[in-house]
Design a protein around this ligand. Structure first.
Ligand code: SF4
Ligand code: SF4
Length: 312
């Protein structure tokens, strides 16, 4: 009889902004998890639901679209509305107007409505109801390197944090079912709501930064977010040799903050070339300096994560 598999470890890869190489490194990790003789069997998550781009490198066979239902918005049933105007004064968002198409009926602007439901209680004839909105889709796709969970938030929608939480849950359930022992999460840029949803409950954070003042600033902000959630974290400098002073400042910061500088990836023109090819650098240019540094980084991260092979 099979024993219960240990919970998959969750690795979050973050950077304070886009363009640091975070997605290139996530893609290479996905490839290494599938190809190295290592005890990792990974499920991959692209948690940048506003602008998912991990798929550009992993080239998934896209799975069926699943609806993502976000918040509820108020809707007026024009057949029931008696135009008493009791609703508009209670709306703090100025979302209620005369219907532009039907005379003597009110209408709610879905862009302005905040979903507070105050108008529902104000209406004497129950003409207003709260209706769930589809705000995006999520997908369980197949890649050559393992399953990929990703999503798209529709333009103008704001529930990105909730959508990130949803795809993380789906990835975790899938990992449980398949006894996968690692979840690699390519996090969103910044430190906002989707980043918080992508970080919460993870086991380990890898921060990718660049050797610049802006990189150091972003590193501090991301580190603050990870520490808020008590997530052990390490830092890696990408393009470490392009600005020695910037790299030195990051090394000094890491030392002062007692955060391990786990890797330094040299500038390597093969990295952007591999993105153009639509392949992880460890596939396109496996012997290039950046690929070798990423491979070393992966081995160190696995050791720190203490990923255990499921031998049951
Ligand atoms: S739900 Fe709130 S925000 Fe939306 S229309 Fe009603 S009162 Fe205004
Ligand atoms: S309160 Fe109800 S009946 Fe009155 S205007 Fe608003 S929607 Fe129409």
């Amino acid at each position: 009889m099979k024993t219960q598999a240990p919970k998959a470890k969750q690795l979050i890869i973050l950077s304070g902004k886009g363009g640091t190489g975070k997605t290139s490194i996530s893609a290479a990790f996905a490839h290494l998890s599938a190809s190295d003789h290592l005890p990792a069997q990974a499920v991959i998550v692209d948690a940048d639901v506003d602008a998912a781009n991990l798929g550009l490198v992993l080239k998934p066979e896209i799975g069926p679209a699943n609806d993502f239902w976000g918040s509820s918005l108020a809707v007026i049933d024009s057949d029931l509305c008696i135009n008493c105007l009791a609703c508009s004064p209670v709306c703090r968002y100025d979302a209620i107007f005369p219907d532009p198409q039907i005379a003597d009926v009110q209408w709610i602007d879905p862009i302005a409505c905040d979903g507070c439901a105050a108008c529902v209680y104000a209406c004497p004839v129950n003409a207003i109801s709260m209706v769930k909105q589809q705000e995006g889709n999520w997908f369980h796709s197949k890649t050559a390197f393992g399953p990929l969970f990703h999503a798209e938030l529709f333009p103008g929608k704001e529930n990105s944090g909730k959508l990130v939480t949803l795809i993380r849950q789906q990835a975790r359930l899938y990992a449980e079912d398949t006894r996968a022992n690692l979840i690699i999460i390519d996090g969103p840029p910044g430190i906002g709501c989707p980043v918080i949803s992508a970080c919460a409950g993870t086991d380990f954070g890898l921060i990718i930064t660049e050797p610049s003042l802006a990189g150091l600033h972003d590193l501090k902000r991301v580190l603050g977010t990870l520490r808020h959630f008590h997530i052990p974290s390490v830092v890696c400098i990408n393009k470490a040799d392009i600005y020695p002073e910037g790299a030195r400042a990051i090394r000094e910061f890491a030392k002062a903050e007692n955060i391990e500088l786990i890797g330094e990836i040299p500038y390597d023109e093969n990295l952007p070339k591999s993105m153009i090819n639509g392949d992880p650098i460890t596939v396109s240019f496996p012997d290039s300096p950046a690929a070798l540094a990423v491979r070393e980084l992966w081995q160190k991260v696995l050791r720190l994560l203490d990923v255990q092979e499921d031998l049951a």
